[in-house]
Design a protein around this ligand. Structure first.
Ligand SMILES: C[S@@+](CC[C@H](N)C(=O)[O-])C[C@H]1O[C@@H](n2cnc3c(N)ncnc32)[C@H](O)[C@@H]1O
Length: 453
């Protein structure tokens, strides 16, 4: 691959800038990532023409090929009114899909960082929609730290949609981190080299992915001596962010994998909310639990640490490899944990479960019916399902689809209220005991009598 070359865009480049941004917006929409609405860049062509005039918009070339664009601005009073000091601000970073998976997004951020250093700025700053955990992790992986959240209604530009946004702000301090010395010239100080080496050593690689250990802990009740207790556990999470994983997919993978996206690679906010709910709740001594679409298994491990016997199920073999690696680090009897790589639409023979937990499973239209069908087959009569969702559109259909399969919604509980992101809801569901279930089945079959009576 040729070297990345970044140049200011000329007025005649307006159309191609809009094209790249719209291409990425359309791709994000197909992935269900609510970051850039399709059409918003084309509608903001006048805004981008002005930004090009002001020298803010840049084009990135690999050899002779146009690969991406970004906007670098000297002030951003809408988002950073309280911290309007010595920074450059990055916006609208977009890499054409044909260049995906080559780390160009990260290189564009590095290029912007170098420009900020050269301009003797104290920070490089940027923001993203607070409810986009994927992008937030991407920026954190790129070395940006959180600078809090703000609620903004944009008046101009692609973000002007007549509504306010909750934005998460990120910044990277540049002073004392290599502004002086060899790093400023693109080199690396001895200290940085050691640090990078230490970081690499701290990240084991499993299933081709670099991992980092994450701990979850919550205070609970009081112990016998009257002191507050704590419940905690840890697991391996993936350092390589999901945007990179998505970027590594070729069109061929995409088609071959039946649109199987690497969503297993992060612990989603719904799972984190359920983990906290579980850790703060009663023990689950000996309860047979299934973590459906477990991803990295956070919910399952929370249940296991409360005494449950847990089966982790996901169709992504890499997810289960990482879950197994986490299991080896737990202080739990190995026979309490079981690992199943399977499609929930066509699972192998499994025993039935007393409790099925599932976080953020209803993100595709086809999932709601399939998950409802799975619950009806694999819950014990009288068993419960706890399904947690961050307000995905298809989740609305789920209680009805579940009822058709004989699974009833018994309670709806808000775990994270709207306002700090999209809001996260726990649906508690139950499969009736045999006698009632037979009545349901009989009703469905058009008979008034339960079978066998
Ligand atoms: C959005 S992720 C949620 C992961 C995890 N529950 C969490 O919240 O962190 C959805 C998970 O469901 C899994 N999944 C999607 N479709 C599946 C299917 N048909 N069978 C089994 N697992 C599936 C994905 O591999 C992924 O791990």
């Amino acid at each position: 691959m040729g070297e990345l070359r970044v140049v200011p865009a000329a007025p005649s480049d307006l159309e191609v800038v809009i094209e790249i941004l719209e291409e990425v917006a359309a791709w994000l929409e197909t992935k269900g990532i609510d970051q850039w609405p399709v059409g918003s860049f084309r509608r903001s062509a006048a805004f981008f023409a002005g930004a090009i005039e002001r020298g803010e918009v840049h084009l990135a070339y690999v050899g002779e090929d146009l690969a991406g664009t970004l906007r670098l601005v000297a002030t951003d009073p809408d988002v950073w009114s309280d911290l309007a000091d010595e920074s450059l601000y990055v916006h609208s970073v977009a890499v054409r899909r044909s260049f995906a998976g080559r780390r160009l997004g990260r290189q564009l951020l590095e290029w912007a960082e170098q420009r900020a250093r050269e301009a003797a700025k104290g920070y490089l700053r940027l923001d993203c929609v607070a409810g986009n955990p994927v992008l937030r992790q991407y920026y954190e992986d790129a070395g940006f730290s959180s600078a809090g959240e703000v609620e903004i209604e944009f008046k101009v530009g692609p973000g002007a949609r007549g509504k306010s946004y909750r934005l998460h702000r990120y910044e990277k301090p540049l002073r004392g981190t290599g502004t002086e010395g060899p790093a400023a010239a693109g080199g690396q100080t001895a200290g940085e080299a050691d640090w990078n080496e230490a970081l690499r050593a701290a990240h084991p690689v499993v299933a081709g992915l670099r991992l980092a250990w994450r701990e979850y802990r919550t205070p609970v009740g009081t112990d016998e001596g009257g002191a507050r207790g704590e419940r905690s556990f840890g697991l391996w999470t993936v350092v390589d962010n999901i945007v990179t994983l998505l970027g590594q997919l070729t069109q061929e993978d995409f088609e071959r994998n039946d649109e199987r996206m690497p969503y297993f690679g992060i612990v989603w906010p719904s799972a984190e909310a359920l983990v906290m709910k579980l850790l703060g709740g009663p023990r689950l001594e000996g309860v047979k639990v299934l973590d459906l679409g477990c991803g990295l298994g956070a919910c399952g491990f929370a249940a296991a640490h409360l005494g449950a016997r847990v089966t982790f199920l996901d169709w992504e073999p890499r997810a289960l490899e990482i879950v197994r690696a986490s299991a080896r680090e737990q202080d739990l009897p190995p026979e309490m944990l079981e690992f199943v790589v399977a499609d929930w639409r066509d699972p192998p023979a499994l025993e039935r479960f007393e409790l099925i937990i599932g976080a953020d499973l209803l993100y595709e239209k086809r999932n709601a019916e399939a998950v409802a069908d799975f619950l009806s087959r694999y819950l014990q009569p009288g068993g419960q399902a706890w399904i947690v969702d961050p307000g995905r559109p298809y989740a609305r259909l789920f209680p009805t689809q579940a009822r058709i399969q004989g699974i009833h919604l018994t309670a709806r509980e808000v775990l994270v209220p709207k306002g700090r992101g999209p809001g996260i809801t726990l649906l508690r569901m139950r499969k009736p005991r045999w006698r009632r279930l037979h009545r349901v089945q009989a009703r469905r079959a058009g008979s008034a009598k339960p079978p066998g009576t």
